[in-house]
Ligand binder design. Structure first.
Ligand code: SAM
Ligand code: SF4
Length: 329
């Protein structure tokens, strides 16, 4: 089998599948507060279609799979899908990204279905600030969800979006909370993918700024030895053995040249980059009776056409017409 490779020689073995564009909270850097236009249910891929796509992607060398959204836990019967995906031979790493609100109920059924890794999105431990950021009063549920996942033995990472003049008071409490609970905290630089075009470069709290704060106020951090060169996060560990912290510096230090990821949106569009403008319509091909070979060929073409990088920092940059929730972060 020829690997899934682009014109820059990057091998693609890491797939992100969005299972819904809906969400039960409204983070300001992702969704508008009201009036969100969701895709019609009939346009969303069903479980058979998702599983078929993943099997074809695996036949092209995919070994890592992340389920995301919107909020994946609002997709009805998600554990049924997870069980089917976990059973696909060739998937060596299956993970899920969630806001955690429904984890108290679903951590158990998802674990039973075969899931072992979750990234829980949490920007603050303060109830009032949580409400301001997400426009929902669900901090208690998220914390209970993390606790449930911890007890079950999941590998957990926390994702916080690094917005300048907002996240600063939360950096140290989040890092301490993660450290005390054996969880890796990860800070993701705010990217131009919000629905209301609020982003500009001056609103990005950079990885270096957070690293300096944590090293000074929590404990000294050092780069991990032998990091995975294809991982998007730069990984650090506390010199005192207190665990790891990751930084996704998409804006200040783009990692496009190491990218191994491609994406399927909930409405069946194939994207070679979070910021891609071009997408290919897998759903229409599938629903028109396309064969596995035709779908595989479409995946190869999409990845082959991948650009060198997103160029957020260049004057030429154009934000994609779809915000984060509709692509699948
Ligand atoms: N709803 C789930 C969640 O929030 O984790 C999964 C989907 S969400 C779109 C995936 C990730 O994107 C989250 O970790 C969130 O923090 C991140 N995110 C959303 N909007 C972002 C933005 N404008 N810049 C950077 N990260 C963002
Ligand atoms: Fe929902 Fe995740 Fe977007 Fe927040 S970041 S609004 S939780 S999809």
């Amino acid at each position: 089998m020829t690997p899934l490779v682009d014109s820059f020689g990057r091998v693609h073995d890491n797939l992100r599948v969005s299972v819904t564009d809906r969400c039960n909270i409204r983070c300001f850097y992702c969704m508008p507060e009201t009036g969100v236009q969701f895709v019609n249910r009939a346009e969303i891929l069903d479980f058979e279609e998702i599983e078929r796509f993943v099997r074809i992607a695996v036949s092209l060398g995919t070994t890592k799979l992340r389920v995301t959204g919107g909020e994946p836990l609002v997709r009805r019967d998600l554990p049924v899908l997870i069980r089917r995906l976990a059973a696909i031979p060739g998937i060596r790493d299956l993970a899920l990204t969630t806001n955690g609100v429904l984890l108290p109920e679903l951590a158990g059924p998802l674990y039973d279905a075969g899931l072992r890794r979750v990234n829980v999105h949490l920007d603050t431990l303060d109830q009032e600030r949580f409400l301001r950021i997400t426009r929902r009063d669900d901090l208690g549920r998220v914390l209970a969800g993390i606790e449930a996942a911890r007890r079950l033995g999941y590998r957990i990472k926390l994702n916080a979006v690094a917005v300048k003049d907002l996240l600063e008071p939360d950096i140290v409490p989040l890092a301490r909370y993660a450290r005390e609970n054996g969880i890796e905290a990860r800070f993701i630089e705010f990217m131009p993918l919000d629905a209301q075009n609020l982003w500009d470069r001056s609103k990005v709290l950079t990885a270096d700024q957070i690293l300096a704060t944590l090293s000074r106020e929590v404990a000294p951090l050092v780069p991990v030895p032998d990091p995975d060169p294809r991982a998007p996060a730069s990984e650090y560990e506390y010199a005192d053995g207190g665990g790891r912290v990751g930084f996704i510096a998409s804006v200040s230090k783009p990692f496009c040249m190491n990218c191994n990821r491609f994406r399927l949106t909930a409405d069946g569009k194939l994207r070679y980059c979070l910021f891609a403008i071009h997408e290919d319509d897998v759903k229409t091909l599938m629903r028109a009776g396309g064969s596995d070979e035709e779908i595989a060929a479409l995946i190869r073409r999409n990845v082959a056409g991948k650009w060198e990088g997103h160029e957020i920092s260049s004057a030429k940059f154009v934000a994609p017409p779809r915000p984060m929730y509709s692509i699948g972060g």
